[in-house]
Design a protein around this ligand. Structure first.
Ligand code: SF4
Length: 360
């Protein structure tokens, strides 16, 4: 396992070194539609996205990049396939990184031209997907001499070695498969080979539900092993959903504290309040709070107070009423209809105290 990961600049941020694992997403607008794209970038930013990627399949999209970069609150990555000239034009327009698959750029001369244009201006993400391996690697897989994951890792290593050998070092690599175990194996393998930061993702992960599960398993496994410097959760859904899932994965892995950690009991025969609704409302209430706190929403007074005591703030339901805990102490008993309002009141006080503590 490579211990020290190379630090690569992406706009005002860095990947690798001792930097936190960054969250990214991709717009699904036509990039040339400036208004729609910038609106979506803003929504992503407000949701907690840290790097944004836009697809650049046409010249019209390249023309939009200058304005997008100038107005984006986030570093911008251009996603380019097939046309190395579009990659160079995107770099000239000021993007902070280009995502390319060197295998479909039309040869190493073209890759070198992109690297020359990017030198000192933008990073390059070398993207290798399981479905787009070079023929020599496919032959080795078919001959049983390489697994698909090994072939992906080796391919990415060859491309990144080529860039390093040509004095271009601001490299990030992604190795994606729609199959979770191949994604995990390919990233594990690559991490043993180089110090290059890894962008993690499970490609074509699926809809909100199945994509969340696949990403949590795939990305979570790697992150828990210390592998991965930036993540993108791919979902067939509004891109802001990707950010929510990415944050939860990072929180669950204990890698980053990103706002409020909500714990809720699964409910059982002892539950006498509408806990599912209450938990949903609490989750919504704390969605945009950035303070590092834990809140517990528990169904009853059996385990409830115990869990709620561990949290900064908690609710333990009773029969048509509930207890509110702050810092392990019961501060109030409220009827079910009032519970959420009273909880919000105490939440405000807890956050205020946290902010005051920070300022001291
Ligand atoms: S906290 Fe109470 S209601 Fe919730 S699962 Fe545990 S025992 Fe059941």
């Amino acid at each position: 396992m490579v211990k020290q990961i190379r630090r690569v600049k992406i706009g005002s941020l860095f990947l690798g070194g001792n930097e936190p694992v960054l969250i990214q997403s991709m717009t699904n607008t036509k990039t040339s539609d400036l208004k729609a794209t910038l609106n979506q970038i803003n929504s992503l930013y407000l949701a907690g996205c840290e790097i944004v990627r836009v697809a650049v399949p046409t010249k019209d999209d390249v023309l939009a990049l200058k304005t997008i970069v100038a107005n984006s609150p986030l570093p911008v990555v251009a996603d380019i396939h097939f046309n190395y000239l579009l990659a160079i034009a995107a770099i000239e327009a000021g993007v902070h990184k280009v995502r390319i698959n060197p295998g479909n750029l039309g040869g190493t001369d073209n890759l070198l031209s992109v690297a020359k244009a990017a030198k000192g201006r933008a990073a390059i993400r070398v993207g290798v997907n399981s479905g787009s391996l070079p023929q020599n690697k496919i032959d080795l897989i078919n001959a049983g001499r390489l697994t698909r994951a090994e072939a992906m890792a080796e391919t990415a290593k060859e491309y990144s070695d080529f860039l390093d050998d040509n004095d271009f070092h601001d490299i990030v690599v992604s190795l994606k498969a729609s199959d979770v175990s191949t994604t995990i194996a390919a990233n594990r393998k690559f991490r043993t080979l180089t110090d290059i930061p890894l962008h993690l993702g499970v490609t074509e992960a699926g809809t909100l539900f199945s994509g969340t599960v696949k990403s949590a398993v795939g990305l979570g496994t790697l992150l828990m092993e210390g592998i991965g410097e930036t993540i993108r959760v791919s979902l067939t859904a509004d891109p802001t959903e990707e950010i929510k899932v990415a944050k939860e994965i990072l929180k669950a892995c204990g890698i980053r504290r990103l706002g409020v950690n909500v714990i809720a009991c699964p409910t059982c025969g002892r539950t006498n309040i509408n806990l599912a609704e209450l938990a949903k409302s609490v989750e919504k209430m704390v969605e945009s709070i950035t303070e590092d706190i834990t809140v517990a929403v528990m169904g009853c007074a059996v385990n409830g107070p115990g869990e709620a005591r561990e949290a900064d703030l908690g609710i333990a339901g009773g029969k048509g009423e509930g207890l509110i805990f702050v810092g392990g102490e019961v501060v109030e008993k409220a009827p079910e209809a009032e519970l959420l309002k009273r909880f919000q009141f105490h939440l405000g006080k807890v956050i205020e105290e946290k902010r005051n503590d920070r300022q001291q």
